[in-house]
Design a protein around this ligand. Structure first.
Ligand code: 0A1
Ligand code: ZN
Length: 881
């Protein structure tokens, strides 16, 4: 493991290298335990750099076998090699020369899953962010762009499939049952986009003809026998290729595009040029094994990686501080793609939920950092919700501010101006300034200032003057390293709604700038005054969730009820409903903690029933409305002194009240939504399943019996319905015979498929209550469980720590202690995974004092351990603050 070097990387220290590497030729002689890598680098000294300047290359855990410069070996004092660094001091006078480096690596013992490793016997690579240096010594940074030629040699029996980036140039046989393939990628790229895959894999193939008429061969490689499960991913890939041509004018640029699914992968997937490598979770799906959420995830991740071809690969990042340049933009692009393929409103609400669930707590806690950080110790810890999701929101705001046409003009300019370059956020913002003539310097603070701005809003209607005033005040709390913040440019989409439910068009607006349906808040405090408003309107603010902020509005309850039923913007409706529900749930938590039962609010119970019954609305939208804010949403909105048991009690009380009040119509709707015909993963069918499955939970609560869920489990012909039934059985009737039988049946049926069994681990790890810790500990010994595999570890440990508020936050702290021990075990093999899981403790300061002390002790135990990885050390130190 790479232990901490204590080094702090700072944005302002960026300096170009003295040398460039325009070309690299790699030869891999693959063997499970002794792979030999020969790298021939063509080096170019930059103009003005002295010949005495050493060439310093990055390494990580490397073993140098041989080194020559221009074909000649160097004397002992011509270079210095350690596992982490190769410094060559004896260099030719000429500005161009060749360095040849031979290293030996062991793919089998590589359990960090960075560099070249083996996953179920398949050789594969992961080089982002700094994995290439685990293969050979290199200038392993994204501003070094090289043309790659890669020759792979391997045993034909062990690895009939040999893949790398670009186009396949040559293949052939060698002695001793070995064979080779040569790949050439004509597009200069940074080392983090290099990839190699070799192994015995099945595949499906297809093709796509670009709009200029070029035929591209497409293939998806998977474990033998799983080929049919890759068909949906292939379909999503072709739709992505078409969409990028139509919406962004971007065409694919190689003769082939390959995707490989592997079962050991730290993240979702990786956009290596022409050879995307995926966590198999984001490739494999069929009705029998995948839920609707899995299908949607596959579609999104396939699109995301494909879209990186332009936003990330053709235009890459100058340095890792600019990570959001490719990630925020590419997330924005995949969000827009999914919105176009599915229901836009439903997709947007799902995005808002994700942002609030993952990014808001990050921004509010000890790990808060700007969308473009200025400091890091370990870059792997910055693949965060802030960089990805908030980064996407920032791009969305640029489009809201400029409008779709100028946004597209700016994007076109970006591609034209920076194609083939390693760019910065400044470059990105400038194209929109140049395309629109607008100054975006205040807007750019969104990249610099961490934390979620809060908007306080108050309203004043003057009936005599027919004016309506909205007073807006923004505030932003201090975050680590940033105590004083400047006011931001916040685009607030709005509407004013009359008592008949129609939009009111005011005569004029003064004060803060209003352009069409957007208020541009730029000062700390501003008032907009609308004239010609003939009745007191109900304002709908932040329509479409136009900025990633929290809204503290003094809108009366009746207005929120009105918006929940009448806002023409579905996101506005959902936001109003969520506000009402959250307020109710928080009031319930207070009462529970005071030893009282929550008060039932018949208006809100009625409202939920009304929306659920409204056939004019999308089923998926109704399902979203029927799903109450989660325990962690409620906890986040309470903010401090959290007692998770009280949160659960309050939430369950409201579910019970809603279920009791609407049991009959809910049952009728449940029956009416019954699946007719064959399974289809399309958005409309998925929406109906989502609604029906959320009704199942309510009905099971109302009926106080597992029978309905048991029947659904038995009758299910698809994984969405089966998993939903299993979840109701385990979470609501966990000790019943029905739950035990369903779990056994699931294991019996899917026990041969670890990816599917992750659902079985997750459903048990997320059963509410203190007793679940014992279950989790027992499941660690299950024959399919292994802490080594990231999907398994996330399914059991990750789900327990992030999605089981009452279980993980047991009052006696036992789960934290177990968690700390487990993190330390994982850290020995896979620091990246350990660090990522550890972020589950980031909100520990918001807990009530007893739990808080236990959590602090667990963190301190980790922090006090000798030989922590750099990854975990960075997270634990920042978390403890
Ligand atoms: N660039 C990828 C994410 C990614 C980052 C680091 C990795 O290392 C293990 C892997 C993947 C994406 O945005 O999809
Ligand atoms: Zn990405």
């Amino acid at each position: 493991m790479r232990t901490d070097t204590g080094q702090l990387f700072r944005l302002e220290d960026y300096r170009p290298t003295d040398y460039l590497i325009p070309q690299i030729s790699l030869v891999f002689d693959l063997h499970p335990e002794r792979t030999i890598v020969r790298a021939i680098l063509s080096i170019e000294r930059r103009e003005g750099v002295e010949a005495s300047a050493p060439l310093v290359l990055d390494g990580d855990d490397l073993n140098l076998v041989a080194l020559t410069v221009n074909g000649a070996a160097l004397g002992d004092n011509g270079y210095q090699a350690t596992p982490e660094r190769l410094e060559i001091t004896q260099l030719p006078e000429q500005d161009r020369f060749t360095v040849e480096i031979v290293t030996e690596i062991n793919p089998t013992t590589n359990r960090q899953l960075m560099g070249l490793y083996r996953s179920s016997g398949v050789y594969c690579t992961q080089c982002e962010a700094e994995g290439f240096r685990r293969i050979t010594y290199f200038l392993d940074r994204p501003d070094i762009l090289s043309i790659y030629t890669v020759r792979i040699e391997a045993s034909e029996a062990e690895a009939p499939v040999l893949l790398s980036n670009g186009n396949r140039q040559e293949t052939g046989d060698l002695a001793d049952g070995r064979h080779f393939a040569v790949w050439h990628d004509p597009h200069p790229k940074p080392s983090y986009l290099f990839a190699l895959v070799a192994g015995s894999l099945g595949h499906i193939s297809d093709s796509f003809t670009t709009r200029s008429g070029r035929k591209v061969d497409l293939a998806i490689y998977v474990e033998h026998g799983k080929e049919p499960r890759a068909l949906y991913a292939m379909d999503a890939l072709k739709r992505s290729m078409k969409w990028d041509e139509e919406v962004f004018g971007r065409e694919y640029d190689l003769e082939m595009f390959n995707v490989v699914a592997v079962s050991d992968f730290n993240m979702g997937a990786m956009e290596n040029k022409g050879l995307n490598v995926f966590n198999d979770k984001y490739v494999l799906a069929d009705a029998e094994t995948a839920t609707d959420a899995d299908y949607a995830g596959i579609e999104a991740v396939i699109a995301h990686e494909y879209f990186h071809n332009w936003t990330g690969n053709r235009i890459t990042c100058r340095d890792w501080f600019q990570l959001c340049l490719k990630e925020g933009l590419t997330v924005f692009r995949d969000h827009e793609f999914s919105a176009d393929q599915r229901s836009r409103a439903v997709k947007r609400i799902a995005e808002v939920k994700t942002l609030r669930a993952h990014q808001f707590p990050e921004d509010a806690g000890p790990l808060a950092h700007p969308v473009r950080p200025r400091r890091y110790r370990e870059i792997n810890n910055f693949y965060t919700a802030t960089v990805y999701e908030k980064g996407s929101e920032v791009v969305r705001m640029i489009r809201t501010i400029l409008g779709p046409e100028l946004f597209r003009k700016g994007m076109d300019l970006y591609f034209e101006r920076h194609d083939g370059e390693a760019a910065t956020i400044e470059d990105f913002v400038r194209v929109f300034e140049d395309a629109s003539g607008q100054n975006l310097s205040q807007f750019a603070l969104w990249y610099e200032q961490a934390g979620t701005p809060n908007l306080s809003v108050s309203y004043d209607y003057d009936a005599a003057e027919k004016t309506f005033a909205i007073e807006l005040e923004q505030s932003l709390k201090a975050t680590p390293g940033q105590s004083r913040k400047k006011p931001m440019h916040i685009p607030i989409k709005f509407g004013l709604i009359g008592s008949d439910g129609k939009e009111i068009a005011p005569a004029s607006a003064t004060g803060a700038e209003v352009a069409a349906d957007v208020i541009h808040l730029r000062q700390r405090k501003e008032t907009v005054r609308f004239t010609g408003v003939t009745e007191r309107p109900v304002p709908s603010l932040l329509r479409g969730f136009s900025a990633p902020v929290t809204l503290a509005s003094e809108l009366p309850r009746d207005d929120l009820m009105f918006l929940a039923l009448n806002d023409s913007d579905p996101i506005g409706r959902w936001q109003a409903l969520t506000k009402l529900l959250t307020a109710k749930l928080i009031a319930g938590v207070k009462r529970v903690r005071g030893g009282k039962a929550p008060v039932i609010d018949t208006d809100i119970v009625g409202l939920v029933g009304e929306i659920t019954a409204d056939e004019r609305l999308d089923a998926a939208f109704r399902a979203l409305c029927l799903t109450l804010p989660g325990e962690s949403d409620i906890a986040r909105d309470i903010g401090n002194n959290i007692d998770p048991d009280a949160v659960l009690a309050s939430r369950d009380a409201l579910i019970k009240a809603i279920a009791g009040a609407h049991a009959r119509p809910f049952a009728a709707l449940y029956d009416a939504l019954a699946n007719n015909g064959t399974f289809s993963p399309d958005a409309a069918s998925a929406g109906r399943r989502a609604l029906r499955n959320s009704l199942l939970d309510y009905l099971s609560v109302a009926e106080g019996s597992p029978s309905r869920a048991e029947a659904q489990y038995r009758a299910a012909d698809n994984m969405t319905d089966r998993a939903a039934a299993l979840s109701v059985l385990v979470h609501r009737f966990g000790d019943s015979e029905s739950a035990g039988q369903a779990l056994a049946a699931f294991e019996e049926r899917f026990g041969g498929d670890p990816l599917v069994m992750d659902k079985w681990f997750i459903v048990q790890a997320t059963r509410p209550g203190a007793a679940t810790l014992d279950t989790v500990q027992a499941l660690m010994h299950h024959r399919l469980f292994s802490l080594d595999n990231p999907n398994r570890a996330r399914a059991l440990i990750g789900a327990f720590a992030t999605a089981n508020q009452t279980g993980f936050n047991r009052a006696d702290g036992a789960a934290y202690r177990f968690f700390a021990d487990t993190i330390l075990k994982i850290d020995v093999e896979n620091p990246q995974l350990a660090a990522r899981l550890l972020t589950a403790l980031r909100s520990w300061r918001s807990l009530e004092p007893v739990r808080r002390d236990h959590a602090r002790a667990a963190l301190a135990q980790i922090a006090g351990t000798e030989k922590l990885s750099a990854d975990v050390k960075d997270i634990v130190e920042r978390t403890l603050g």
